[in-house]
Structure formats: structure tokens, C-alpha cells
Design a protein around this ligand. Sequence first.
Ligand code: ATP
Length: 453
Amino acid sequence: MTAQTMEELVSLCKRRGFLFQSNDIYGGIKGLYDYGPMGVEFKNNLKQAWWKSMVYERDDTEGLDASILSSPVVLKHSGHEDTFTDPLVDCRACKSRWRADQLFENDKCPNCKSEDLTEPRPFNLMFKTAIGPVDDGSSFAYLRPETCQQIFTNFKNILDSTSRTVPFGIAQMGKAFRNEITPRNFIFRVREFEQMELEFFVKPGTDDEWHEYWINKRIEWWVNQGIKKENLKKIEVEKNELAHYSKRTVDINYVFPHGEEELEGVANRTDFDLGSHTKNQNDFKITSEVMKNSSSTTKLAVQDLEEKKWYIPYVIEPSAGVDRGVLALLNEAYREENVDKDNKRILLSIKPHLSPIKAAVIPLKKNNEELVNLSKEIKSNLQKLGLGRVVLENSGNIGKNYRRHDEIGTPICLTVDFETLEDKSVTVRDRDTMKQERVSIGNLSEYYKKYFN
Ligand code: ATP
């Protein structure tokens, strides 16, 4: 079972500290959200899982963390200054603004149903900010609309500082900003979000095969994070809807509570980006339509040792949204169950490696010195294993603690009771089955580690 409605998720997220509307106490700003105590852990765990699979578990990738403020020259050559637009229409009747391609009933305002709409006009989605103390418009930067451009501009730095040869990839996670015309559906479409992007550089001619490889690899990864395969759809983007750089893009769609939409895009960006940012473009046989006359000082090319000539690699890009991932995984994990005929419980059946809290240690009686001290010691020993956050719950209300930890997806709760002082064992309760068993304190580390294997 997943959540029935977005409202159920929104309510759980606020109640349990996953997500809050940003600038809430001043009325909020549309399209911005803050991750609370549970949300930040969950999001970091998801990003860590991605980094592990993209960097640590592979022998053909490197990582990067580049600046967010981006030079207009870079975004001119990437095509964003000219083409990163959405069609905007205004409703003359109620003054609302909409994306023309997202009007559900053609030619009608979704708000007031008026047909008095302006013609669509292109609206650039990039945020601009002044650089330096004088804001006279002469020196400005963009907040990056995607993380990957700095991967391309660092291509040579990374080649020169590592021993990589094509095929190889550069991974980066971080914030991206888009001035979306109509942010909506909770954290699905926001103005400040995070992406996890890999740019995988390959020899032209091998690109189609690598593209298929990454499409399948990424679906497999999402399944490993806990999304049911039948809720993921491979969607071939129509030729006339491809981004300016793309030869072929396959979207990995997920059935969100509001409907099926893109979770990740896997694009074959060809040699467009490295070609556009390259010095002396005419020296190369570039297949894509690049931005001509780059003022770059560097050629972003590699040498083909067999054919003894330089070429610009093609790039395959799996680009995933962290926030859309959080939303999809929360939705997948959401369950409502009858505990008995009078009581229900909500639980998040999240995979343990993603759970915000890995274990809660609960002394049966609040402020009882012996029980609390022993609980602190157990907590500290589990925390030292380095598998994520472990908490001590000193509120003395076992029922409430269980309910809270079910709702935030803590895989196990450990209760330290008066018997513990005698038999040196604790009661361990499993989140999903609610089964309880006694485990000796000496065996706790091994028992706990098994949850994460
Ligand atoms: P959409 O068609 O939904 O606007 P897109 O095709 O423009 O998305 P990409 O440019 O391919 O998106 O960006 C890669 C990923 O970044 C998307 O798959 C998505 O997960 C995430 N993403 C893009 N825009 C947003 C946004 N406004 N809010 C949250 N995540 C986003």
C-alpha cells in the first residue's frame, strides 16, 4: 500500500518533522520547503546511497562539488540563456500565471476558467544575482539551473588530476534553482531543489549501448531503495520534446500521489556540452549543433590512442531529483494498519539504510537513573558503529514512543526495563512485524548490524 493522497504525506511530514513550508512564520514562499530533523536525515541517507552506488562501488567514476553561482558565459554556451524557457500565459481576468503546456483544459484558466488568456511567451527559468558590491547589472551570476554544467567545465581539471580515460564518469549532488512558473504538488515541483547527476563520458559510437546500460542501472537502483518496479515507468521522450542537447532521453516516471510524472531523466547529451565549451571547435568533428566561437581557454577532448587523434566524448547523463526521490520513497513506504479492532497505526516501512533514525533506546521509566544510564551506554555503543543516528527516548511513554517511531520509520526500538538490570537483555521491537524479542546486551551490536546488511 502507498499513501492514498498527497495530503496524508504532507500531514505526516509536518507532524513528524520531515518537511516544513519555508519562511512559514511570515506566510511562506511558494515553491520552497525546509527539511526538518527527520527530513534532513532521510535526504542525507538517500544522497549517501546514491554516492555509494555512483562513486564508491564503481571503478570508473570520480566525484565533484562545484560552485552554485555560475558564470553567464558558461550558461550562454550551454544554451540555457537562450533556450531554458517555459511558455508562460497570463490570465487577464484573475491575473494568475500558468505554464501553457500545463493547462489541463486547453485555453482555459485553471483558476477562474476564463478563456481570456495571453499568447504564450517564453519565460527564462534561471535566477540571477549580482556579484560584488555594486548592483549595476554589469556583473552578475546565475544560480545554476542544473548541477552538470560545472562538471563539463571541470572536465579537463579532473582528467589532469586523475588517471581517468574514457569511458568514465563524474558524479555531483547539490542544489539547483529554477524559477518555476507554477510550483506545485508539495516537493515535486519547487524552485530550489537538489539533483544527483552523473555525467558518463563515452566514445561516440558506443553511446547508444551505454545509454541503455544507465537506464536499466538507474531503475534497478530505485528498486533497491524501496520503489516497487511496477510503480516505475520507462518513457521515451518524443523527438519534438527533446531538450536542445539531447539525441535521445528516457524518463523514469513514478506514480506519485498526484499522478505519474518524471522522477529521473536519462539523456544522451552527445558532444553538445563539451563541444560548446571547447576552445578551437573547428579542430574537431562535432556532431551536435554547438554554440559557436567559444571563448573557452581549454579543449575538452581526449586522445584516441589507436587512431592517434583527438575527439570530444559523448556524454550519458542520469539526472535524478533528490526531492522527487524523497517524495516517491515516502509514498512507497506509507502504510496504515489496524493494530487491533479499535486501534490503527501509521508506519513508514522505509529500508533501514534510509531510515532517519536507525534505533531508539527507551528506558521504561522516565528519569530512573539506573535505567537511563544503561540506556545511554547502549545508545552510545550503537552510535559508535557509524550506521546513522541512534536516539535516546526518555519520555517514559512506551506506547507513544512506538507510535512516533513507526511513523518516522525507525526499524527497531530497544526497551530497557527493570528485568534488564537482572538478565542483561533488552526487548527489541521490530517496526514492521511489531514482534518483540529479548536480546542480550552482549549480542546487540551483531543483532543491530544485521538490519543494515
Ligand atoms: P520537468 O519536465 O518535470 O520540469 P525536467 O525534464 O525539466 O523536469 P530535468 O531538467 O531533466 O527535469 O532535471 C532532472 C531532474 O531534476 C528531474 O528528473 C527531476 O527529478 C529534478 N527536477 C527538475 N526540476 C525540478 C523542480 N522544479 N523541482 C524538483 N525537482 C526537479
